[in-house]
Write a protein that binds this ligand. Structure first.
Ligand code: NAP
Length: 274
């Protein structure tokens, strides 16, 4: 039986085993997927041990995505762009492939939602790892413009230098920037109940708002704020979570699972636990 796991610290809270079990059942793949708690400072030894026990691949979560980046022999372009690895594949020739599926999972979820990016005015909030991971795939969808706002302006400016099609600024700068069709919250603000200080008139008619954070109900403080300030459609990041897992599954098994049924089941599971 081919073995996979999600490695992190902590890792017990991870939804990845449930998602991959559903993918496995849907596609009829022979595989098992568990959790692997990695002691801090022992990434290399823990991964080596998993590989020598027959492990075929790992998802990597906090705080080891940079360790995984360094561990891989071969990096995909999207891992290089993200500067972090969330998926390792142990190849039969002994090499280790490092990939980052977060950005592709995010775009897959926008497509599932049928939210167009091409020709739209896009605002991304945040300049951490999640924002970095989604910028390139977003730009590849040809938005009319992409504005990057962050609390610490210097971080947004540094990130925008790597993606010259973007314009970086502070939340205050947004006042003179007009309205946006798609507003993406890639900050961790919703975790602590904080809404970034957006101008009240930030949403264009028919605008959409996406929060990378997910909750059992599908609502976050930012999404509630968006709905009460003229935004017509909102989504939390549970579909992105399923999307990035689907991209990892494809990399390992060569088949693309259908996210819709898994997303529905996962939402029900979260609601039942809430
Ligand atoms: P991170 O690297 O720690 O970056 C956090 C970002 O949030 C920084 O830009 C920070 O601004 C900003 N921020 C934090 N609190 C804020 C506040 N109160 N007001 C305004 N800005 C604030 O975190 P990350 O890894 O990028 O993750 C960001 C979010 O994405 C998290 O909620 C995470 O759960 C989510 N995520 C979801 C998925 C998924 O599959 N759905 C995948 C990856 C990440 P400063 O630079 O000023 O500190």
């Amino acid at each position: 039986m081919d073995k996979y796991a999600v490695l992190g610290n902590p890792v017990n809270h991870s939804r990845s085993p449930a998602i991959h079990a559903m993918f496995r059942d849907e596609t009829g793949q022979e595989m098992e997927y568990g959790t692997l708690l990695c002691p801090l400072g022992s990434f290399g030894e823990t991964v080596d041990g998993f590989r020598s026990g027959g492990g075929k691949g790992l998802n990597i979560t906090v705080p080891f995505k940079e360790d995984a980046f360094r561990y891989a022999d071969i990096l995909t372009d999207r891992a290089k762009t993200a500067g972090a690895v969330n998926t390792l594949r142990f190849n039969d020739d002994g090499t280790v492939l490092g990939d980052n599926t977060d950005g592709a999972g995010f775009i897959a979820d926008l497509k599932r939602l049928k939210w167009p990016v091409s020709g739209k005015r896009v605002l991304v909030m945040g300049a951490g790892g999640a924002a970095r991971g989604i910028l390139k795939p977003l730009l590849e969808e040809n938005p009319a413009s992409l504005f990057l706002a962050n609390r610490t302006l210097a971080r947004a400016q540094a990130l925008a230098q790597e993606f010259p099609e973007t314009v970086a600024g502070s939340y205050e700068d947004l006042v003179s920037r007009g309205t946006f069709d798609l507003v993406i919250n890639a900050t961790s603000g919703s975790l602590s109940g904080a809404v970034p200080p957006l101008p009240e008139s930030v949403f264009a008619a028919g605008a959409r708002a996406y929060d990378l954070m997910y909750t059992p109900s599908g609502m976050t403080v930012f999404l509630e704020w968006a709905l009460s300030h003229g935004c017509s459609h909102v989504s939390d990041g549970l579909g992105m979570l399923v999307g990035q897992a689907g991209e990892s599954f494809l990399l390992w098994r060569g088949v693309s699972p259908d996210p819709e049924r898994v997303l529905k089941a996962l939402r029900e599971m979260l609601r039942a636990e809430d």
